[in-house]
Design a binder for this molecule. Structure first.
Ligand SMILES: *Cc1c(COP(=O)(O)O)cnc(C)c1O
Length: 432
């Protein structure tokens, strides 16, 4: 498979170089030249295969010639050591993507990317240092994904005092090949330090530096896997068509992966992009021009994105008309998100995290508007995080939320980080 920048169709890249570069030299995002199809035998048996077999079948065509089949099998087996169960809640389904080590769906992408990186670097003698700036959540998933992966170390920068105690422990409690730096400044300062280091020619002569940001193609492709597996699970339950997948969305990476899965041949009829008050994409789907803007803070903060980076990828594959046929949009404010958490808990004894609640409420909204018919199909909402990660929002509405073992473990850890001022000189001194 060849990859191109969204901004230049003339220069092809292989999967490995697209992964290691992250972003194309012209600032575009890497996209596959075409979306492959499942082998007919695989497409016909998504309802019977194991998650890992579906992972292998989904990812294989994206990496042919660059990851041998036996290596891919090993990567998939060590990356996806947890399940993505489909739970009926009322007449709908929740696709629980929070059973990985950091209790959020980003584990799927981060763990695959880490192993792909390690494989592509196998013949390099110099260890690779991955730099990540985080406002909280991504840092934990990337740190967890790369933890104990050979030949790679990770340095996570986070704004001191501005992440939750749990997030700080997920970032700075692992140790080993994961270093944490608390920056006396904002997330933007962290991002600036990382960008400056990546562009510092002198430093790059001494160290092999890379980044692991959310637009990496190696984070996107593995996310297509759980859509194919869930569509297979709906088939094996003989759920009523249409199969509608509602995706709580921020940067639109998860949604893009879902569309890849459906184009590959997973039986999915329609997508819903559910946003919080950051409604750039729902407004576009409703017919307005695409107008990126500053983000607004909400209780579903992993979706506080006013300029979704994967929009460029989506629109390089599909026209506005095509996107509007495939995806319905809805935007849900904080009050309605909280009301959904409360209602679903009362009616079904099921606890949603704020991001998943935005998804649930988007389905409700579209049913109220008459766009969808409640119970008129298999409506599947992606549950992107465990509610215990957002206990400060959820517990006042539902009472105590029992944390999963991985979060209990994380809370027992001690955070070890170095504090630096938000100055490049200080950061460079630490890196050396
Ligand atoms: C990252 C994240 C999202 C948004 O996913 P995108 O791929 O950026 O659209 C939703 N929910 C949670 C919990 C997240 O961490």
């Amino acid at each position: 498979m060849r990859y191109y920048s969204t901004r230049n169709r003339n220069e092809p890249y292989g999967f490995a170089s697209a992964v290691v570069r992250g972003l194309a030299p012209d600032g575009g995002l890497f996209v596959p030249e075409e979306i492959p199809h499942f082998r007919p035998s695989a497409a016909a048996s998504l309802d019977k295969m194991t998650f890992q077999d579906i992972a292998y079948e989904t990812i294989r065509p994206f990496v042919t010639d660059e990851i041998p089949d036996a290596v891919l099998t090993g990567i998939v087996e060590s990356a996806f050591t947890f399940d993505a169960p489909l739970k009926p809640v009322g007449s709908r389904f929740m696709l629980e993507l929070f059973h990985g080590p950091t209790a959020a769906f980003k584990d799927f992408g981060a763990r695959f990317m880490a192993r792909a990186f390690a494989y592509f670097r196998r013949n390099e003698s110099r260890p690779l240092k991955i730099l990540v700036a985080t406002s909280g959540d991504t840092g934990g998933a990337v740190a967890g994904g790369f933890y104990q992966v050979e030949g790679i170390s990770v340095t996570v920068l986070y704004p001191k005092g501005r992440v939750t105690p749990l997030q700080e422990r997920q970032i700075a409690g692992l140790g080993g090949n994961i270093d944490a730096i608390a920056v006396e400044g904002s997330f933007d300062d962290c991002q600036r330090l990382v960008k400056t280091a990546l562009g510092d020619t002198e430093l790059n002569k001494q160290l092999s530096l890379s980044s692991a940001n959310s637009i990496n193609i190696a984070r996107l492709v593995p996310q297509a896997v759980y859509y194919a597996a869930a569509a297979g699970a709906l088939k094996s339950r003989r759920a009523a068509a249409p199969f509608v997948f509602c995706v709580p969305s921020g940067n639109l990476g998860n949604l893009t992966a879902g569309i890849y899965a459906s184009k590959m041949g997973a039986p999915i009829d329609l997508f819903i992009a559910a946003s919080n008050d950051n409604k750039t994409f729902p407004e576009y789907l409703a017919g307005e021009n695409y107008t990126p803007r500053d983000s607004i803070a909400t209780i579903s903060n992993a979706m506080d994105v006013g300029a979704p980076s994967n929009f460029e990828r989506l629109s390089s594959h599909w026209s506005a008309d095509e996107l509007r046929r495939m995806i319905l949009g809805a935007s849900i404010n904080d009050d309605d998100t909280k009301a959904a958490i409360e209602t679903v808990y009362r009616q079904y004894d099921y606890i949603l995290d704020p991001h998943s609640a935005v998804g649930w409420q988007a389905v409700t909204r579209l049913c109220e508007k008459g766009v969808l018919k409640d119970g008129g199909g298999a409506y599947t909402v992606l549950s992107t995080a465990h509610p215990a990660k957002f206990a400060h929002v959820v517990e006042p509405l539902t009472g105590a939320v029992k944390p999963p073992p991985c979060l209990e473990e994380a809370m027992k850890k001690t955070a070890h980080s170095i504090t630096i001022p938000a100055e490049y000189g200080a950061f460079k001194a630490v890196l050396r």
